[in-house]
Ligand binder design. Structure first.
Ligand SMILES: Nc1nc2c(ncn2[C@@H]2O[C@H](COP(=O)(O)OP(=O)(O)OP(=O)(O)O)[C@@H](O)[C@H]2O)c(=O)[nH]1
Length: 434
């Protein structure tokens, strides 16, 4: 593994850990805020039900059809509140609440002498007949759940009288449930209790649904599992500032590691692709014969330069004609090699034409140094033959204190080159531009 690869993997790993942590934190907050918002929707729906039930009319029993959906204590109730529509509405609203949704089991409104459950189950008739034989239905619930009959003197707000009980197995149906008891008060005195029964798995299902929507892998923590009643009570009953809102939620180490691994592979893959694309781009911009950059990449660039040399092999056509094109190629390649050997890493060489090259000198360079470099190029070629051929070059150069566009520098160098060629070749002509 190369150093660069190892570095990329380490960096990808660190970035992935940060991304996964951030993702989980953001979504944990999102889950808790979704939980709280929907708890408040439940409160809201119950409040509306309360108002509606206070304003509902009374209907007579037993002649009314309503009796089918009502459990009446010893047939004593002669008049009951007509709550069918409101309780059906409440049931429908709770059914689409993401916290409860398909886990909604029963909604029941309990009055002293009658109970209106939705859905109506035959098992409830026996249950109420047996358990509530001695007392009226409401009294029994208030006693069992320790709910205040009157608000006055209790020091509690209406919301704080809510009770959450569970999990327990419901007699008759054998369903494992949580029950939320919501007492309804009129002028501070309780007149009814609304009971919402949900299957015990509701909170777990809420988290699973969230996972499906948000691609998270949250699980209920043991802490949450043991305190579902408290969590629901605190969210429903307490004032915002008193609420310790929130599910603690956990994530498994296995899934966390998997997420980090996938993330690392993706980031590292992107890095490798970027390196590959860059290499492809660089390689495709290199001239194969000389190893210099190709001219096309620089034609469009609005590059600024100060000093450049334009180098042209003398009588190259003759070399081609006498020794052949292949030898001509060898000469081009060797001339390029020799130029390259006298360049600094900051300098840049471009094959500008067939046997014409441009060398751009970057960084600080005095005129004297520049002139020495140009003359050095001349002698590095003419000092030693190439394939037993005496090869010379001519150079036209521009030396400038200030920067100018590459195209402009090239034109000036071309004029200088013309002078070198006209004055016998194997020469350097430098224009100074101040
Ligand atoms: N072998 C070879 N020849 C090339 C290549 N590219 C261009 N040439 C040839 O280079 C020659 C350039 O000749 P000219 O432009 O007339 O210049 P010259 O003969 O060098 O004469 P001066 O520049 O005036 O000294 C042409 O014959 C081109 O065919 C190449 O890649 N390989």
């Amino acid at each position: 593994m190369t150093k660069r690869n190892a570095f990329s993997i380490c960096l990808s790993l660190i970035v992935s850990i940060c991304i996964v942590n951030l993702f989980l934190t953001v979504n944990k907050n999102k889950l808790n805020s979704k939980f709280l918002t929907n708890i408040l929707f439940i409160s809201d729906a119950i409040y509306r039900f309360n108002v509606n039930s206070l304003n509902s009319k009374y209907v007579s029993l037993p002649s009314n059809d309503l009796k089918q959906g009502v459990i009446v204590k010893n047939s004593e109730a002669k008049k009951i509140r007509d709550l069918s529509e409101h309780i059906d509405n409440l049931f429908a609203v709770l059914k689409i609440n993401p916290i409860i949704s398909s886990n909604l089991w029963t909604v029941a409104n309990v009055y002293p002498e009658y109970v209106i459950p939705r859905p109506f189950r035959e098992e409830y008739i026996n249950l109420f007949d047996k358990d509530f034989a001695e007392e009226n239905y409401l009294e029994r619930i208030l006693k069992l759940e320790n709910i205040e009959k009157t608000l006055e003197g209790s020091g509690l707000t209406v919301f704080e009288t809510v009770r959450v009980f569970g999990p327990y197995i419901e007699e008759g149906t054998n369903e494992e449930l949580f029950s939320i008891y919501y007492p309804l008060y009129l002028e501070g005195v309780v007149f009814s209790v609304l009971v919402i029964d949900v299957k015990s798995n509701f909170l777990n299902d809420f988290i699973v649904d969230f996972n499906d929507e948000e691609f998270t892998w949250f699980e209920m923590s043991d802490e949450d599992r043991q305190s579902i009643s408290t969590i629901i009570y605190e969210s429903l009953a307490l004032k915002t500032e008193d609420r310790k809102v929130g599910l603690t939620i956990k994530t498994s180490l296995l899934y966390n590691s998997l997420a980090v691994l996938i993330c690392t592979l993706v980031i590292h893959g992107c890095f490798l692709t970027a390196v590959y694309i860059r290499r492809f781009y660089v390689e495709s911009s290199i001239d194969r014969l000389s190893g210099f950059y190709r001219k096309d990449g620089f034609m469009s660039k609005k590059m600024s330069v100060s000093s450049i040399c334009l180098i042209d092999i003398d009588h190259f056509k003759k070399i081609n004609d006498v020794y052949g094109h292949i030898v001509g190629d060898i000469v081009i390649s060797e001339v390029a090699n020799r130029i390259k050997s006298s360049m600094r890493s900051t300098d840049l060489a471009i094959r500008w034409g067939g046997e014409e090259f441009v060398v751009i000198f970057n960084g600080e360079l005095s005129f004297e140094q520049f002139s020495n470099k140009a003359n050095g190029l001349l002698s590095i070629i003419n000092n030693e033959t190439i394939n037993d051929i005496a090869v010379t070059i001519s150079i036209g150069a521009i030396y400038s204190q200030s920067e100018m566009k590459l195209q402009e520098a090239f034109h000036l160098s071309d004029e200088a080159l013309y002078e070198s060629k006209n004055s016998g070749r194997n020469k350097v002509t430098i224009y100074r531009n101040s």
